[in-house]
Ligand binder design. Structure first.
Ligand SMILES: Cc1cc2nc3c(=O)[nH]c(=O)nc-3n(C[C@H](O)[C@H](O)[C@H](O)COP(=O)(O)O)c2cc1C
Length: 449
C-alpha cells in the first residue's frame, strides 16, 4: 500500500501538490546586500527541490525593504532584480515540486540591527530587553500602502515563477500584531473587535488575490493561538480561520506563538533576537503518559488546536506544522484526515533528502539535533529556571540551523554533530550584526550615488 504521504493533493484553485510533505518556511538569510536572490539560495533550493517534498515554502520574503526580519531576507519590490529571482525559483522547482513565497512584514519584530523605529499597529514595545526598539503606530494611510506592498510583492512572485504565495499571519509579525489585542490597541477601523483586528489580514488576502488572479494558490499561515493571556486566543483563531475560508484561500497552515511566547518550536518561552524563538527542544511528554499520547504531545504541537479549525473550515486544505519526526505518526495523522499537508522545517537543514526516503517507505525517524544543542547544562541549560537563559539556549539551537542552511547554500554537507551552543550563538550574532552594517552602508552609498 502506498503511504498517505505520497498521495497528491488538488487544491481548490486547481493546483496539484505532488505529495503531502511540505518544507515549512525557514529564513535562509542568504540574500545579498541589495536584498536580492543569490547563487547560494539557488544551490540550497535545488538541493531541497531534488529532495522530493511536494511543496517548499520560502523563508520570509519581505514586502518593505525598510524593515527586515534579518539581514539576507529577500525583498520583492520595484528595486528587485527579477533575473536573480527567476534563477532562484527555477532551481527551487527543479524537482517538479511547488515553491511558494512567504510574504511578510516584521512590524515590531525587527531588531535594532535593522531599525531603531519599527512600525506596528500601536506603539507597544516587545517586552524583550535590548534588541528591539519601541515601534510607532502606523498612520491609516500607511496601512493602505502596506496592503498594496503585499499585493505588489505577490505579483512579482508570480511573475518570477513562484507557483504560489503564502501570507505570513503568524508568529507575532505585523499581521499577527494586528490580530492580537495585546499589540493592537487601535480604536479606529483596524482595531478593537476581532473583525476589525482581522481586517488588515483580510484586506491583504484580497489585494494579493487581485494581484495574482484566480487559479493561483494564495495560502495563509496563522497561529492556532499566541499562547498569551489577553492575546490572540484559540477561539479567535477559529473565527479568523472561518473568515479566511470565506475568502476562498488555497491552503491554511497552522502554527503558534510569537517572539514573546515561543511555541512554534515546541517550547513556550521568550526569545530575544531573530528566529531564536524557533530553536529548542521538542515538547517533552511525561514518562507516565501512554506512548500514543506522548507522541502526540511531543510531535505536532498544534494538532489538537487544528481540530477545531478544521471543523470550522470545511473544504480548505489544512497544513499543520511543528514537530513531526516519526513517519508512522505522520501517516496516521494524514490517514485520519487530521491534516492534508505536514509542515516540517528543521529536519530539512540536516537531511535535505528525507522526503524521498519517506515516500519510498522508510520508517526511520527524522533527525532531531535540536534536542542536543545547548549553551550549558542544568541551571544554564534549555530547562533553566531563568527565561533569559532558556532564550539563549533556544537562540543557540536556531543559530545552529542557520549555520546548516548556510552550509547547504555553499554546496557543503550539513554538520553531522550539533555544535556547542555558545560559539554557535556568538558567530550568529556577529554575522547578523556585520551583515546588517554592511547592508546599511550599501544602501547609504546607493542613495548618495
Ligand atoms: C532556522 C529557522 C528559521 C525559521 N524561519 C521561519 C520563517 O521564515 N517563517 C515562518 O513562518 N517560520 C519560520 N520558522 C518556523 C518553522 O517554519 C517551523 O514552524 C518550526 O521550525 C517548527 O517546525 P519543525 O519542528 O519541523 O522544525 C523557522 C524555523 C527555524 C528553525
Amino acid at each position: 500500500m502506498t503511504s498517505p504521504l505520497a498521495a497528491p493533493l488538488t487544491l481548490p484553485c486547481g493546483a496539484v501538490l505532488p505529495n503531502r510533505i511540505a518544507k515549512a518556511a525557514m529564513t535562509e538569510a542568504l540574500g545579498d546586500l541589495r536584498d536580492d536572490a543569490t547563487p547560494a539560495l539557488e544551490r540550497l533550493y535545488r538541493r531541497w527541490s531534488d529532495g522530493g517534498a511536494g511543496l517548499l515554502i520560502s523563508g520570509h520574503v519581505m514586502v518593505d525593504r525598510r524593515f527586515l526580519e534579518q539581514a539576507g531576507n529577500v525583498v520583492l519590490d520595484h528595486e528587485t532584480d527579477e533575473t536573480k529571482l527567476r534563477a532562484w525559483v527555477a532551481a527551487g522547482t527543479h524537482g517538479g515540486n511547488h515553491l511558494w513565497a512567504q510574504l511578510n512584514h516584521p512590524g515590531r519584530q525587527t531588531t535594532r540591527f535593522h531599525s531603531d523605529r519599527p512600525v506596528a499597529p500601536s506603539a507597544v514595545a516587545l517586552p524583550v530587553r535590548g534588541f528591539f526598539a519601541r515601534p510607532r503606530a502606523l498612520e491609516e494611510s500607511e496601512i493602505g500602502e502596506l496592503i498594496a506592498a503585499f499585493a505588489r510583492s505577490a505579483g512579482i512572485a508570480r511573475r518570477a515563477g513562484f507557483t504560489g504565495v503564502q501570507v505570513h499571519a503568524a508568529h507575532g509579525y505585523l499581521i499577527s500584531q494586528f490580530l492580537s489585542p495585546r499589540s493592537n490597541r487601535r480604536s479606529d477601523a483596524w482595531g478593537g473587535s476581532l473583525e476589525r483586528r482581522a481586517r488588515f489580514l483580510l484586506e491583504v488576502v484580497r489585494a494579493v488575490r487581485a494581484a495574482v488572479g484566480p487559479g493561483y494558490p494564495v495560502a495563509v499561515k496563522l497561529n492556532s493561538s499566541d499562547f498569551q493571556r489577553g492575546g490572540f486566543e484559540h477561539d479567535d483563531a477559529v473565527e479568523v480561520a472561518r473568515m479566511l475560508a470565506a475568502e476562498g484561500i488555497g491552503l491554511l497552515e497552522i502554527s503558534g506563538g510569537t517572539y514573546e511566547r515561543v511555541a512554534f518550536a515546541g517550547q513556550r518561552r521568550v526569545a530575544f533576537v531573530g528566529q531564536g524563538a524557533d530553536a529548542g527542544l521538542g515538547g517533552r511528554a511525561s514518562v507516565a503518559e501512554p506512548r500514543a499520547a506522548a507522541t502526540r504531545a511531543r510531535e505536532a504541537y498544534f494538532l489538537e488546536y487544528a481540530h477545531a479549525i478544521r471543523a470550522a473550515t470545511p473544504g480548505v486544505p489544512l497544513m499543520v506544522s511543528g514537530g513531526f519526526r516519526t513517519p508512522a505518526f505522520m501517516a496516521e495523522v494524514l490517514g485520519a484526515g487530521e491534516a492534508d499537508v505536514l509542515g516540517i522545517a528543521r529536519p530539512f537543514c540536516v537531511e535535505p533528502g528525507f522526503p524521498a526516503r519517506l515516500l519510498a517507505g522508510s520508517t526511520e525517524p527524522l533527525p532531531s539535533p535540536e534536542e542536543r544543542i545547548r549553551i550549558g547544562r542544568g541551571w544554564a541549560g534549555p530547562h533553566s529556571p531563568s527565561a533569559d537563559l532558556r532564550a539563549y539556549n533556544a537562540q543557540a539551537a536556531t543559530a545552529w540551523f542557520y549555520r546548516q542552511i548556510e552550509r547547504l547554500g555553499a554546496g557543503e554537507e550539513p554538520e553531522r554533530r550539533p555544535g556547542t551552543g555558545v560559539p554557535v550563538l556568538l558567530r550568529y550574532l556577529w554575522r547578523e550584526w556585520r551583515r546588517a552594517r554592511q547592508r546599511r552602508a550599501s544602501r547609504a552609498a546607493r542613495r548618495v550615488a
